[in-house]
Design a protein around this ligand. Structure first.
Ligand code: CA
Length: 447
């Protein structure tokens, strides 16, 4: 269980002024990790990035490798000097003893808080880079990617479109449903997404044709990274599940609905999903999220209870997360007319039927070895309400009810040039708001 401690204190302020702005995603109470590139100051040299690992604080990124070389983390065993190994080093903190990662969080908090000595502030400030001068890459090398389907509202809505009389399949309340996704096509926020081509058989009377996707969609999801791995053949008890989770990010599971409808039976999603998945660059740690934990989803009285291996006391009382999620769209015409991105939906991670602990335990329940850097995603996070639907398939009910945009445009699915912007943040009375940054992607035309 992750504790609430002095690093979450609402009154904590940083000597980096931008971290004290009430609407910043990255106050000193957050401290999410990222893999970033910053400009070298070689005069006359073409722009080239030096890559490092960092922590976001206000409008700045703190270079952890630089800090380490400067001796600021000397009390920690293991070296942070090797850029390529930093995530592994951080995970080493996670696996060494339960509180090493927590000690590292405390250390970062001490370095950045207002009370830090002038000398310390000067030393640390040498390793700060304005976010606007930085470029970002995936926070971990992702070996494997698994996508779940954990919103009962999403599953019921989608099921209802295809099987109105029997929307939810009988396994749903027993198994956190998932499929193995593609890791190589996961890209970081800001990467442009080329419209995929594929087999389309929307004309049921004709043979399928190979054409650019017509029903391109996004899915608003939350991702989590595996920190500590498990050996092949070992399972992970639900009580220990969260020890294996490093932190959370935002995920856009781009989906080609027309390709999906034709290819998905009997083995599930394939090329409709594997052309691209976008993740936000910042990993918000389990430690940072401690104040925003909530009970697992309350099941209906006549729903089955989870099987024993998925049922833990702590999971029940604290397994959920209160994370607000928002999706915005901006079309090329809106950009031309200077119209701000339009809010499509608001949902919340606390409405998921299964917790991330249950997803992870279930994933390893057959002895599958999960590895450091593996990414798992929750599936589309939809709520009960119409404006809480986390993808266009649901929002437009398969294109039947187009969305009206503020400039008179309509959307059933995404068109070339459209940009999707996802945001996530946590708010709770008595605590600082913390955010996930953005997960964005713009659609390029097919070849
Ligand atoms: Ca998905």
């Amino acid at each position: 269980m992750h504790e609430i401690n002095e690093t979450h204190d609402v009154n904590l302020r940083s000597w980096i002024e931008s971290a004290n702005a009430p609407d910043t995603d990255f106050p000193i109470q957050n401290l999410p990790f990222c893999h970033f590139g910053y400009e070298t100051d070689q005069e006359g040299a073409a722009w080239s990035a030096v890559w490092s690992f960092g922590v976001a604080i206000g409008d700045e990124i703190l270079n952890l490798v630089g800090c380490s070389k400067d001796g600021l983390f000397d009390e920690f065993e293991g070296s942070l000097d090797d850029v390529t190994k930093l995530p592994e080093n951080l995970v080493y903190f996670q696996s060494e003893t339960a509180d090493t990662l927590l000690r590292f969080r405390r250390k970062l908090s001490e370095l950045l808080r207002e009370e830090a000595s002038q000398e310390l502030q000067q030393k640390v400030s040498r390793h700060l880079h304005p976010i606007t001068n930085c470029t970002f890459d995936l926070p971990f090398e992702i070996g494997n990617y698994t996508d779940f389907y954990c919103s009962i509202f999403h599953a019921t809505n989608v099921g209802a479109m295809f099987r109105p009389d029997n929307p939810l399949l009988p396994n749903y309340k027993y198994i956190p449903i998932g499929y193995h996704g593609r890791a190589s096509s996961i890209v970081v926020s800001g990467t442009e997404i080329k419209r995929p081509k594929g087999q389309n058989r929307t004309d049921q009377d004709a043979s399928p044709v190979y054409i650019p996707c017509k029903n391109l969609d996004y899915e608003m999801e939350v991702g989590f990274f595996v920190g500590k791995s498990n050996e092949l053949g070992e399972t992970i008890p639900i009580e220990n599940a969260e020890e294996h989770i490093f932190g959370l990010c935002l995920v856009n599971d781009w989906s080609a609905r027309d390709i999906q409808a034709w290819e998905y039976q009997p083995l599930g999603p394939f090329l409709a999903k594997s052309f691209a998945t976008t993740v936000s660059p910042f990993v918000v740690t389990m430690e940072a999220l401690a104040p925003f934990r909530v009970p697992a989803f309350e099941r209906d009285a006549d729903d089955p209870q989870p099987l024993d291996y998925l049922n833990g006391e702590q999971n029940k009382t604290h397994g959920g997360f209160d994370i607000k999620l928002e999706v915005y769209i901006q079309t090329p015409k809106m950009r031309e007319e200077n119209i701000a991105p339009h809010l499509l939906s608001r949902s919340n991670m606390k409405d998921l039927y299964w917790t991330i602990g249950q997803m992870l335990t279930h994933h390893a329940s057959n002895g599958c070895n999960l590895q450091t850097g593996d990414l798992m995603a929750t599936g589309t996070v939809s709520g009960k309400g119409k404006d809480e639907r986390g993808c266009l398939l649901e929002l437009t009910w398969r294109g039947k009810e187009p969305i009206q945009l503020p400039n008179g445009e309509e959307r059933r699915f995404l068109e070339d040039g459209d940009e999707i912007i996802m945001k996530g943040f946590c708010e709770r009375e008595g605590f600082r708001r913390i955010g996930f940054g953005e997960c964005r992607g713009r659609i390029l035309p097919a070849d």
